[in-house]
Design a binder for this molecule. Structure first.
Ligand SMILES: Cc1cc2nc3c(=O)[nH]c(=O)nc-3n(C[C@H](O)[C@H](O)[C@H](O)COP(=O)(O)OP(=O)(O)OC[C@H]3O[C@@H](n4cnc5c(N)ncnc54)[C@H](O)[C@@H]3O)c2cc1C
Length: 437
């Protein structure tokens, strides 16, 4: 038994992030995951019909996710991200058609000023209104932060005179994409933190970064290799039952098979609904404060290729984004592979596959009227895609230390200050590792 190593329970992005950070400091780790494959909610699998490796959902990053980019740099997969030189998003408006928002290569926040002022999605008066709203959100004074933390995004938007059309055509698509929750529910404070990171960090930080390969290759395989090459170990199908406490310290974990594995510290990198049974009874944690927000993704394979752009944001319909997987992943196939995304999919997730497909196809045809029926499709429901943000729960996210000095918590839902994203997961793992180091 190697009791000098650190056990990480959960091989999702937060657990792998902790593993990379500790292995990089020559601290051996053992990563345990209950599933046959690592990656957690960032997962890939083979589609039986086409033989393609597909993701459980399109994962979008921005260049300002510095911790995630650094994670990828360390494991050697950063070049598998395609990063825009500056933010450029093609939208499709139901009445106005295609309109593009592009930020010029100028320092922040001047780039935002010029980008918004030159975008023909809105009237000139509305562009000025948008800037007014944006300025109030990006202001970082403490008083403002405190106010935002108690508000939903919609409450804040109304507070700063962002009328319904501006909400529908700009703020809501942005908020749902970042927060995976309806703006009428999600916390304005967490949204603001994300926007500051995107629009104030650097000229490029808002640029969209898309994986050109599957999630497993981007995040998981090379991270596992990194850990093992530095003396670490990975065990899948290892279902942890609870942590073992002796006197005031954690001394290891018990698997469901009754095996005891000893360690000098334990990081629990599992989602909130899996945490309570693992935690020692004396540690207060109420999982019921966390509810979930779903994401529905539909992969569609077509005989022909109708999308020229990498992705398009669809305003005012159920489907919010279309990603041109053939182009982004350079699949080199004849025909097209498109991934349609519905975030905060509360109203859709319980529909049948046929119903979801019909909605998505109607939305695609409202943008690209020539779209034929797909040759093949795959509907993926992630009912627990991310925790559901709201102003109350966002102030109750637990930190990374616990009342037991060598027991730590990681996960996108912990108190990183950012929405439940890959970046939040990576930060949480790094924070646990920093405590241990
Ligand atoms: C469809 C979809 C689309 C998304 N899109 C984006 C996006 O565009 N951009 C973005 O930044 N983020 C996105 N996300 C969110 C992102 O995937 C998550 O924030 C991130 O993967 C969470 O990682 P995690 O390590 O915190 O948790 P998880 O991935 O949930 O990892 C937890 C791990 O713990 C394991 N585990 C649980 N219990 C036990 C136990 N008892 N014993 C052993 N192992 C256990 C689980 O098997 C799992 O592997 C998306 C998520 C989904 C589902």
């Amino acid at each position: 038994m190697n009791s000098s190593r650190v056990i990480i329970v959960g091989g999702g992005i937060s657990g792998l992030s902790a593993g990379i950070a500790l292995s990089g400091r020559d601290i051996p780790v053992l990563v345990l995951d209950q599933k046959p494959a690592l990656g957690g909610r960032a997962a890939s699998f083979r589609d039986a019909t086409t033989g393609d490796i597909v993701d459980n959902g399109q994962h979008v990053l921005i260049a300002g996710y510095s911790h995630t980019l650094n994670f990828l740099r360390r494991i050697g997969t950063l070049e598998k991200l395609s990063i825009q030189p500056s933010l450029s998003i093609l939208f499709h408006h139901p009445e106005k058609g295609f309109r593009r928002l592009t930020l010029p290569r100028l320092p922040p926040p001047i780039h935002l000023l010029f980008g918004i002022l030159s975008c023909r999605l809105w009237s000139f008066r509305d562009r000025l209104l948008l800037l007014r709203g944006g300025a109030s959100l990006l202001r970082s004074e403490l008083k403002m932060n405190k106010k935002l933390r108690g508000m939903t995004i919609t409450q804040w938007l109304e507070d700063v005179a962002q009328h319904e059309e501006l909400q529908r055509t700009f703020w809501n698509p942005l908020a749902i994409a970042i927060m995976n929750e309806r703006p009428s529910v999600a916390s304005a404070g967490t949204f603001a933190a994300s926007l500051r990171k995107a629009f104030l960090s650097s000229r490029m930080s808002a640029s969209i970064a898309l994986p050109t390969t599957d999630l497993s290759e981007l995040y998981v395989q090379h991270a596992a290799e990194f850990i093992m090459m530095r003396g670490g170990e990975i065990r899948s199908n290892a279902d942890v039952d609870h942590v073992q406490v002796e006197e005031t310290k954690v001394t290891g974990v018990y698997l469901r098979s009754d095996e005891l594995i000893r360690s000098r510290a334990v990081i629990l990198a599992v989602p909130p609904h899996k945490l309570r049974p693992l935690l020692p009874a004396g540690i207060p944690f109420d999982p019921t404060i966390f509810s979930w927000s779903p994401i529905v993704s539909v992969h569609l394979w077509f005989e022909g290729d109708f999308m020229k752009d990498d992705f398009v944001g669809i305003i005012g319909r159920t489907t919010q984004w279309l990603f041109n997987k053939s182009k982004i992943n350079r699949e080199g196939r004849k025909g097209g592979h498109v991934s349609a995304i519905i975030s905060a999919a509360h109203d859709v997730v319980d529909l049948t596959n046929e119903e979801i497909l019909a909605i998505v196809l109607a939305d695609i045809r409202s943008v690209y009227p020539q779209t034929m029926d797909p040759a093949h499709s795959l509907v993926i429901r992630e009912k627990r895609a991310t925790y559901s943000s709201n102003p109350i729960v966002d102030q109750q996210r637990p930190g990374h230390k616990t009342s037991i000095e060598n027991l730590y918590l990681a996960g996108d839902w912990t108190a990183t200050g950012f929405p439940a994203t890959i970046e939040s997961a990576v930060i949480s793992g790094e924070r646990c590792a920093a405590e241990i180091v």
